[in-house]
Design a binder for this molecule. Structure first.
Ligand code: FES
Length: 580
C-alpha cells in the first residue's frame, strides 16, 4: 500500500484553539502560557499529546514518567509542541474486580481527551496489559495520527539460579506449594525475584504480546516491542518516536491508513509465531471494531493455521523478553514470516513506508531463543478457535501452551457454578475429581463476572496435583493471563450469564474436546440440551451502579472483542463546540 503525504504547511486542528487574535484564541493561549510556553510555540506547529498511562498503582508503568521526557525531547527537536496528558491507567495486578472491565472505560475516556483537547497527534505511552489496547482503541476511534511507545519488559528474574518469569512462576510456585513440593517460606523468598526492575511482565504475557501486536500492526517503530524498560535503547526508542509523530502529523498519517485488514492478518500470524496471549484475540477484535475493519474469530483460526511458534519464551517455552531482545526481537520474527510468505510486506507502518522496508539486514543472534522452523515449539502455533454445541459462537485455546496429549480428550465435567463456588470447593479432599475430568467454570464472561477475569486457568485440585499431574482440560467463559499455560478452553461464547450452553452443563456430563477438528461438544442429546436451555433461569442482576452498571448493560460478547456496543466504530475527531 502506498501512502501519499498531505501537503505541508496547512492549518492544523490545534489552531482552532491557539491560532488567531480573537478572544477565544487569546483565552486558550493565555492559559497555556501559565506554564511558561513562549508565544511562538503556538505558531501552527503540531501540538502532540503524550498520552501517559503512568501510575504508581500500575507498577508496570511506573517508569513512564521518565520515558515521557524522552518523547518530549524528540517532539521539541522535530519542531512540535509536546504536552503531557495523564491517561486512564488500568493495572492488571491491582485493579478489581478485573482490569479488563476498565479497558473500555479507559478507551472511552482517552478517546474523549483526544477529541476534546487541542492536540494534532498523540504518542501512546503504554505498558501493562490493558493500557496498550485502550490507547490503540481510542486512537482508532478518533483517527488522529498516533504512535505507540511501549514501556518495555522487566529484566529477567532469577530464583536459586533459575529463570523466573512474571506470572508464569507465580502459577508454578503456587501449584508447587499445594503439591507439597515447595514451602510457603520459599514461595515468599521467591517473591522478590519476580519483579526486580521497572517494566512490564518479562514473559510473553499479554503486555509483551500487545507490544508485539502494536509493532506488527505497524503502530510502533520497528523494534519497539522487546527493548527492556531499563535499557538505554528504550529511551532512544521514545526519543525517536517523539520525532516521528511530528512528521506523521504533517503528513496526516492516521491509524485508519495503518490499521487495515492486512495489518490485522500480519498481527494474527505474529501472535502465532511468538506464542502470544489469548487476550490478543479479544483486544484485536475490539480494535478492528473501532476502526471498522472486518476481523472475526474465523480470521484468527484461518490466519493462525500452519504458523509455527518459533519464539522460545515462557509461558510456552524457556526464555524471557530480555533474551528475545538480545536475539533480535520482533523484527526477526516478522522477517521469518515474510520469508515464509506469511506477511503482507506492503502493509504501512508509522514509518510512512511498508513493513518490509524495516526487515532488511535483520539478524537472529540466538537460534535457541528464536528457533528454526523445524525446531518450533509447535508447528500449529495459531490460536485454535473451537466451535460446537458448547460454544456456538466460538471459544479459543492456545496450542503452544497446552499439553499435546490433551488436545483430543473426552472427560467427565466437574462443574463450578461461579468463581466463588470454585474457590469454596477446589481444595476439598472429597471433591469427586481425577485427572481425566474436565473442570468447567461458569459466570466469568464479560458481563457475568463482570469484566471477564483471568481465572480460566483455574488451579488444579490438590488431590490431582499431589499425583504429579500438572495439567487438566479446563473450560470457561473467562480469560487467562498471557503468562499462564495449560490445556485451557477460554472465552466460550455466548457466555453463561447470557444463557450460553455453558450455563446448563451439569456435573457428570461428558464433554469432548478435539482441537485438531476445532470441536467442543457437550455429549448430551440435542433435545436434552434444548430443554435445559429453555428451563434456564437467568441469574438476578448483580447490584451495580456507576461504570459497572454501564459495563454490564452494554458489554458485548468475547467473540467480538467485549467492547461496549456504543463505542464500536470510528467517530473521528472534529473540533467540538467551544463553550467560551
Ligand atoms: Fe502489568 Fe503483567 S501485570 S504487565
Amino acid at each position: 500500500m502506498t501512502f501519499t503525504p498531505a501537503p505541508w504547511p496547512r492549518k492544523l486542528r490545534s489552531q482552532e484553539w491557539f491560532g488567531g487574535t480573537g478572544r477565544d484564541q487569546i483565552y486558550h493561549r493565555g492559559w497555556m502560557k501559565n506554564q511558561g510556553i513562549p508565544h511562538d510555540m503556538f505558531d501552527g506547529r503540531p501540538v502532540i499529546a503524550i498520552l501517559n498511562t503512568w501510575s504508581e498503582l500500575t507498577p508496570c508503568n511506573a517508569h513512564l514518567a521518565d520515558l515521557a521526557q524522552r518523547v518530549r525531547a524528540g517532539i521539541y527537536e522535530a519542531g512540535g509542541l509536546p504536552v503531557e496528558v495523564p491517561a486512564f491507567s488500568a493495572s492488571e495486578s491491582g485493579f478489581r474486580p478485573t482490569a479488563m472491565m476498565f479497558r473500555n472505560l479507559a478507551a472511552m475516556s482517552i478517546e474523549e481527551q483526544m477529541r476534546g483537547l487541542p492536540m494534532d497527534g498523540a504518542v501512546l505511552l503504554a505498558g501493562c496489559d490493558k493500557t496498550t489496547p485502550s490507547l490503540l482503541m481510542a486512537a482508532a476511534s478518533t483517527d488522529l495520527p498516533s504512535i505507540m511507545v511501549s514501556g518495555g519488559p522487566m529484566l529477567n528474574g532469577y530464583f536459586r539460579g533459575e529463570r523466573v518469569g512474571s506470572g508464569t512462576h507465580l502459577w508454578k510456585f503456587s501449584e508447587a506449594v499445594k503439591a507439597g513440593e515447595m514451602t510457603q517460606a520459599e514461595f515468599m523468598e521467591a517473591e522478590a525475584s519476580m519483579s526486580r526492575s521497572p517494566g512490564s511482565c518479562n514473559t510473553m504475557g499479554t503486555a509483551s504480546t500487545m507490544a508485539s501486536m502494536a509493532e506488527a500492526l505497524g503502530m510502533a517503530l520497528s523494534g519497539n516491542a522487546a527493548i527492556p524498560a531499563v535499557d538505554s535503547r528504550r529511551r532512544v526508542m521514545a526519543h525517536l518516536s517523539g520525532r516521528r509523530i511530528v512528521q506523521m502529523v504533517k503528513d496526516d498519517l492516521k491509524p485508519s491508513d495503518i490499521l487495515t485488514k492486512q495489518a490485522f492478518e500480519n498481527a494474527i500470524r505474529t501472535n502465532a509465531a511468538i506464542g502470544g496471549s489469548t487476550n490478543a484475540v479479544i483486544h484485536l477484535l475490539a480494535l478492528a471494531g473501532r476502526v471498522g475493519v472486518d476481523v472475526t474469530l474465523d480470521d484468527w483460526d484461518r490466519c493462525g493455521r500452519g504458523v509455527p511458534t518459533i519464539v522460545n519464551l515462557m509461558p510456552s517455552g524457556k526464555y524471557l523478553m530480555e533474551e528475545f531482545f538480545y536475539a533480535g526481537g520482533l523484527p526477526v520474527v516478522l522477517a521469518r514470516l515474510q520469508e515464509a510468505g506469511l506477511l503482507h510486506g506492503d502493509a504501512l507502518t508509522v514509518s510512512g513506508g511498508p513493513i518490509r522496508d524495516e526487515l532488511h539486514d535483520v539478524v537472529n543472534h540466538n537460534p535457541d531463543v528464536i528457533l528454526p522452523v523445524e525446531q518450533a515449539l509447535t508447528q500449529e502455533g495459531g490460536i485454535a478457535v473451537l466451535r460446537g454445541n458448547l460454544a456456538p459462537r466460538g471459544a479459543v485455546l492456545k496450542p503452544s501452551a497446552a499439553t499435546p496429549a490433551l488436545l483430543r480428550h473426552r472427560g467427565r465435567a466437574v462443574v463450578f457454578e461461579d468463581i466463588d463456588d470454585y474457590k469454596a470447593r477446589i481444595n476439598d479432599p472429597d471433591l469427586d475429581v481425577d485427572e481425566t475430568c474436565i473442570l468447567v467454570l461458569k459466570m466469568c464472561g464479560p458481563s457475568g463476572y463482570p469484566g471477564m477475569a483471568e481465572v480460566g486457568n483455574m488451579g488444579l485440585p490438590p488431590k490431582v496435583l499431589k499425583k504429579g499431574v500438572t495439567d487438566m482440560v479446563r473450560i470457561s467463559d473467562a480469560r487467562m493471563s498471557g503468562t499462564a499455560y495449560g490445556t485451557v478452553v477460554l472465552h466460550a461464547s455466548p457466555e453463561a450469564a447470557a444463557g450460553g450452553p455453558l450455563a446448563v452443563v451439569r456435573n457428570g456430563d461428558m464433554i469432548e474436546l478435539d482441537v485438531p477438528a476445532r470441536r467442543l461438544h457437550l455429549d448430551i442429546p440435542d433435545e436434552e440440551l434444548q430443554a435445559r436451555l429453555a428451563a434456564w433461569v437467568p441469574p438476578a442482576d448483580k447490584p451495580a451502579s456507576g461504570y459497572a452498571w454501564l459495563h454490564m448493560k452494554h458489554v458485548q460478547g468475547a467473540d467480538t472483542g467485549a467492547d461496549l456496543d456504543f463505542l464500536r466504530g470510528c467517530r473521528g475527531a472534529p473540533v467540538g463546540r467551544d463553550s467560551h
